[in-house]
Write a protein that binds this ligand. Structure first.
Ligand code: ASP
Ligand code: MG
Length: 457
């Protein structure tokens, strides 16, 4: 069994939806469950519609409705459906638009927009893309069960950012989804959307469809099915070994562990949000990132445990400042570090990279943190200096501390680049150091060349 999730760009036009249907058909032997996002840009348009209605801007609200109608009708037009199927879809689009128009009118009259109403409006994107995807598969002769996401995605009533109820979802998977599959139908459903206990429509928050896909895979497994993988079909080839804007030779990481993927996401690799795939990973289900536009690429597979020890990627993050906190008289004094960190705690500033010697502690923070105020408080008992315009560079991998020569080759590769601060060995998933922001891209390139491009040459 397989969960295939298609993001907004993957279902952005009628042609693309037809292409996705072909892709799904080619995987029928693996028993796919299909989860779709709204067509690209539609959720934004629905939110714009909600705001226009709240502001009483009827012209903008109708313009948004017209745009939404055109987008979905154009998709139907280009999908090459038989006339019966096309007419049915066009009716459904018009019904959904009429519902939205009613909601927008109500919002405009009241001048009030609740999170609950916003969810009801936003759900239209996934409901319509699900209808289009179902029609595209049916056109290819595939037996489809189109399932409203509210029939299985049970959540609490926190509209706009609902929390899924995993036990209830598993029960729904058993009673509502697996029987469809047993009857030989491919389940097609929407991501992002759910239902609260009172039946009202909820959403999981922006970008929530990946989460839906992971929860669906987890629920199917909890209901007794064997789920091989969750495939997140998007518009990139996978998670890369470096930011390709910095390192042209960046390559796709074929396999990565969950902890490493989470580390990379922290460094801004926006391909996957680790929290959203957690339900799958904790159950041992692999999550694969695939490119809808280059399906021949194998993508990146994320598992609870990645492959063996070794480096996977090098990443950087700018916008970092460092505080160097020293006090020679505090040599080995107990309670000194606690005192230093209590200042950061008082200002609610998370510390990032830390390095210590006997008499000084170096700490990096986000450059937007109140660095001056921190320094002022610290100067009550220590000497403080501040460095700005820094960047954190991190080599991410598995068992790095125990992998010989990783650190040595990194520092050899850095050559004449000045390292401001080093934090080695705190974690098995990264080796982190701090350089001047202007040096960071070159540092990343040199390390990437040393760790990833040499072995291939
Ligand atoms: N359509 C929703 C959004 O754009 C959910 C998703 O695409 O994951 O946020
Ligand atoms: Mg989207």
């Amino acid at each position: 069994m397989l969960v295939m999730k298609f993001g907004g760009t993957s279902v952005g036009t009628g042609e693309r939806i037809a292409g996705v249907a072909e892709l799904v058909e080619s995987r029928l032997p693996e028993v796919p469950f299909v989860v779709v996002s709204a067509m690209g840009g539609v959720t934004d348009a629905l939110l714009a519609l909600s705001r226009a209605a709240r502001e009483g801007d009827r012209a903008a609200a109708s313009a948004a409705l017209v745009t939404l109608g055109e987008k979905h009708h154009a998709a139907v037009e280009s999908m090459g459906l038989g006339s019966g199927a096309a007419v049915a879809l066009r009716h459904e689009i018009e019904r959904e638009l009429a519902r939205l128009d009613g909601l927008a009118t109500g919002v405009a009259l009241l001048g009030e927009l609740s999170a609950r109403t916003t969810d009801s409006i936003c759900a239209a994107g996934e409901l319509l893309s699900t209808a289009l995807m179902s029609a595209a598969l049916e056109k290819r002769g595939v037996a489809v069960a189109r399932v409203d996401p509210r029939d299985w995605m049970a959540t609490d009533a926190t509209h706009g950012a609902a929390t899924p109820d995993e036990a209830a979802i598993a029960a729904n998977a058993a009673s509502r989804l697996l029987p469809e599959r047993a009857a030989g139908r491919v389940v097609v459903t929407g991501g992002f959307v759910g239902a609260a206990p009172d039946g009202s429509t909820t959403t999981l928050g922006r970008g929530g469809s990946d989460y839906s896909a992971a929860l669906l895979g987890a629920a199917l497994q909890d209901a007794g099915a064997a789920v091989e993988a969750i495939e997140i079909w998007t518009d990139v080839d996978g998670i890369l070994s470096a930011d390709p804007r910095i390192v042209p030779g960046a390559r796709i990481i074929p396999e990565v562990g969950y902890a490493e993927a989470a580390e990379l996401a922290f460094f801004g690799a926006k391909v996957l949000h680790p929290a959203t795939i957690r339900p799958a990973v904790t159950r041992g289900i692999a999550v694969r990132v695939r490119n809808t536009f280059r399906p021949q690429e194998p993508g990146t597979t994320v598992r609870a445990e990645g492959p063996g020890a070794g480096v996977r990627a090098v990443a950087m993050r700018t916008g970092v400042a460092a505080l160097f906190v020293g006090n020679p008289r505090m040599l080995l004094a107990h309670g000194y570090a606690a005192r230093v960190f209590s200042v950061f705690e008082r200002h609610a500033v998370p510390v990032d990279v830390i390095a210590t010697s006997e008499v000084s502690i170096s700490i990096t923070v986000d450059a937007k943190a109140p660095v001056e105020a921190l320094a002022r408080d610290l100067s009550g008992f220590a000497e403080v200096s501040i460095l700005r315009d820094l960047a954190v560079v991190s080599v991410v991998g598995r068992k790095l501390r125990s992998t010989p020569r990783v650190a040595a080759s990194i520092f050899a590769a850095l050559g004449d680049i000045n390292v401001v601060l080093i934090s080695l060995g705190a974690s098995e998933t990264n080796l982190t150091f701090v350089v001047q922001a202007t040096d960071a891209p070159e540092a990343v390139r040199r390390i990437h060349r040393e760790l990833f491009e040499k072995e291939a040459a």
